[in-house]
Design a protein. Structure first.
Length: 303
């Protein structure tokens, strides 16, 4: 389970569900009690858990709203395409959230009548919190797939997190590792000559202004360069260089033997290592060492 699969809208729905649970323990309605009334004579106002007095508000608002938020959140961690009765779990959560909002709105019309000769009853904190949280849950569920601000990932807003090496030491560079400076005139990942200074050529490298090996001497007739004929072999040939990448959305990582069951799920905001290319698919390795085939490599961000 990766929290980076959650969106800001999902977090808002979780917050609304928590408010529904809190409101269910508070007074459903209340009244102004005159001063001087002994504590043993003060009425005990019910909460939503006293279903004999407040009806089915607990099940139709509190429990229904919590289930709606839970289905939405659980659906983020399941592989894409998983359906129940023809609908995805977030779609089921949306329907239950709308029902919660409607039931919460009708709670405003369930104010009980004041007893004869007794104080006037008013809406309690439990009812008001439940109504506001139920309406907020329904609104967020609708806007969760529409507003970019709510669709944004809950974590990793500052960009994908760089994976650190084992042992907690800072990376000193490596093939394809994002964010590593390269020596002047060198190839990515080439080590600095022993005792050399940055910007100075190492042993075997030509001095500035001098031709290197295989380069024509000044004044010599230059031969036209022959076009390179080497092409990368399809399906990940010898020219493939491993690189770090991040996925835009959560995608499954399938086993290399072709098994239909995913071995892991790649989440946005985390770097993964591509070790081989097979056509349009990539063989990727997670930070915990698991390997598999990423069949959908469209839109990935290279490090």
């Amino acid at each position: 389970m990766n929290i980076r699969a959650l969106t800001r809208g999902d977090a808002a729905m979780i917050g609304a569900a928590v408010l529904l649970l809190v409101g269910s323990f508070l007074d459903y309605f209340t009244a102004d009690i005159p001063d001087g009334v002994p504590d043993d004579q003060k009425p005990d106002f019910p909460s939503l858990w006293d279903m004999d007095e407040v009806g089915v508000a607990l099940t139709s608002v509190t429990i229904l709203g919590i289930v709606a938020a839970a289905l939405t959140v659980i659906g983020r961690f399941l592989p894409e395409g998983r359906r129940v009765v023809g609908l995805t779990l977030p779609q089921l959560g949306l329907g239950l959230a709308l029902a919660t909002g409607w039931n919460a709105f009708t709670m405003l019309f369930t104010k009980p009548e004041s007893p004869s000769g007794g104080p006037d009853l008013e809406f309690g904190a439990g009812l008001l919190i439940s109504v506001l949280a139920g309406l907020a849950l329904a609104a967020v569920a609708v806007l969760n797939e529409m507003l970019p601000a709510l669709k944004a990932p809950l974590a990793g807003a500052a960009g994908p997190r760089m994976p650190g090496p084992f042992g907690g030491q800072q990376p000193q560079g490596g093939y394809g590792y994002p964010g590593q400076p390269q020596p002047y005139g060198g190839q990515p990942g080439a080590p600095m000559p022993y005792g050399g200074q940055p910007g100075q050529p190492g042993p075997g490298q030509p001095q500035p202004g001098q031709p290197g090996p295989g380069q024509p001497q000044p004044g010599a007739q230059q031969q036209p360069a022959q076009p390179q004929q080497a092409q990368s072999a399809p399906g990940g040939g010898g020219d493939f260089q491993p690189f770090w990448f991040a996925v835009p959305v959560a995608r499954p990582l399938f086993a290399e033997d072709g098994s239909p069951n995913p071995v892991a799920e790649l989440a946005p905001g985390t770097w993964y290592l591509a070790v081989e290319q097979r056509g349009q698919a990539l063989v990727a390795q997670t930070q915990d060492g698991r390997r598999g085939v990423l069949q959908d490599s469209s839109g990935i961000q290279r490090g």
